[in-house]
Design a binder for this molecule. Sequence first.
Ligand code: ADP
Ligand code: ZN
Ligand code: ZN
Length: 741
Amino acid sequence: MHAPSASPQLIARVEPLTLTRAVRGPFDYRLRPEQSDVSVGSLLRVKFNHRTTLAVVLELATESELAPDRLAEPDAVLPPGVPADLVALAGWIAVEYCSTPARALTLVLPPGTAGGVSRKRALVAELTSAGAGALRGEGPLNDRQRAVLEALERDGPTLAAALGTPMLRRLEGRGLVAMALSDQRRRPASTAIGRRLAGAPALTGEQQAALDAVLGALSARAGGRFLLHGVTGSGKTEVYLRAVQETLAAGRGAIVLVPEIALTPQTVGRFQARFGDVVAVLHSGLGLGERHDEWLRLRSGEARVCVGPRSAVFAPLADIGLIVVDEEHDASYKHEGDPRYDARSVAVRRAEQHGAVLLAGSATPRPESAVALTRLRLQSRIDRRSLPPVELLDMRGAHHSLHPRTRMALADVRAAGGKAIVLLNRRGWSNFLCCRGCGHVWMCPNCDVALVLHRAADQLACHHCGHRRRAPNRCDECGSVAVARHGSGTESVEQEFREAFGQELPVFRLDADATSGKGRLTSTLAAFEAAPAGVLVGTQMVAKGHDFDGVSLGVVLDADQTLRFPDFRAEERTFALITQLAGRVGRGADSGPAAKVLVQTLAPDAESLAFAARHDSDGFLAAELTRRKLLGYPPHGSLIRIVCSGPEASGGSVVNGAAVANGAAEALALATRLHALIAPSGATVLGPAPLFRLRGRSRSQLVIKSSDRPATVLAVGAAVDEIAADAVRRGVSVSVDVDPQ
Ligand code: ADP
Ligand code: ZN
Ligand code: ZN
């Protein structure tokens, strides 16, 4: 330690935003006197390891272990920086998800920090005192000039373009008007499609009781976590709206998390319609400039409600009173890049930081939430309609993709000119191609999976790595032209329906292929809503929280698709999918009394299907919690998954200048070492187990089950740090997933 110099130096402890695991801050920089306004969260440009990089200030100090003259000064301070509470949150995320502080900090930076945001400026005119004098008769004015000056007097500073720039320039020349360029906030277009956007309805008794519980916690300012467990169409959104309204009235801000915005424009629209400009929307579909400006509106307090998908949990609001997580069961709340954070857990943490109330809602809550949150129930649908009956159809031994009852039900919809939604959780035309001559199956060259035929594009595609090739006319191996297509996907079902229904019943398709263009998703949904009759065919997207009138039939073509998934959440997913689809059926006045849901399955005895058919989400939760307790799965224990992957041995890949003999062996070796490092912590470590090859990389997996989550998270973090440098040398990447989905 060096003795502090006479006038204490101001030192900034910063985390450089480099993504390698090997570098871990904080590092000290000496601030210049004119940089005294730097605080926790300030963004700096610094020299680090002979490179220029961005860095976030974690702490201020007056002394450093290094002598002042050995400390570098930052090159620049880049406003606006990050609020201090988000810096703390990023620190928590880095530990909780076994990531690094730098990676976690990149989640909370203002949009466009890395560059690319241009300022949008416009000419604004303002009345001068000479101009005001002229209006009182101190100078000659013609009628048009008088009208313009009166408008400026009435409205204050106004965009010049709105009043006529040439005329204003002449008035400016006479000193009657002042003109200046001013920064303009870019605002995203309102997404208010849909209907029923009018004023607030009177709450039902159930809604009021739920709201009262939330408001009690809100006014006590002591936090509180609630799960609004309400059947589909029970008016959960209205409860969120009222809770937000009271939060605003108390002078605080609110975050409303929704699953993907494009699939839930109606929810966003309802918030915008109710609260107007105080609502900011943050999502990746916006331009960078728009996102940047919405972020600033939140940071400055101009906007106090942020609606958006999982990343909106990082909205820079100063005093948060309420965080809503709508459709809390939705898988999109889990982030798939490092850090693999879960926005639902981050929301709990952020609410804690702010003394805010957490309000999660769903018709199909996760077992984790049912245990951890105070449950508020909405038992009946607003319109008093009962939920549609759900019928399971046994497809064992069937020779056609549609059960006779499905076929009849669709014919009834066509005859009545009604609407149906058909769900098949597989996009493309057919599952896989197989040569009838030699049995050759077309596989992805990078992954150990079969390629899926997409007939419209005349391509075979890998749904994992995106590899595409032309669809074959003949076998690559034996030259036979007899190529069989197995299974069906949304594309072939769409075609089948078009041929069967002709002009009478239009077919709409909703999946990641049909909707890749910007705005296509919204326009498909809007077209189906506006059409008097039609069938909407698609992947699980069709079951999200849409509020369509008059859908009298819901069909799940292959309920086993999710059930067969080798995952402890398979039951939960299947139950949620069917219940959510049922929630789209029989809404509004004109869906008819005969609304129903048909579920085709090869496993008609599966418990999750039986619970879904009975609309029994309490029964499902109870059974699922018992099952998970037996197996030590969440919420009775935590899971962490570690995947080590190495480049496959294709004639000796070169990584960092060194030839890697065998990526599979390297990945396995590192996974084995991690196992040995983590096992002493007391957690159960399963594996290494081989995973199928993905994106040209061989993979090895460990699954860690723990009943002492904090200790295991720390042990895993330490183990991964310990092997980090070695992993880089061997060309192995290590990905840690805490609470994998
Ligand atoms: P959920 O989110 O539970 O699926 P919504 O909030 O979408 O349900 O409500 C379903 C419909 O009922 C919406 O169109 C909503 O505007 C309407 N609604 C909600 N609460 C009331 C109420 N108290 N009175 C009348 N209509 C309501
Ligand atoms: Zn062949
Ligand atoms: Zn692939």
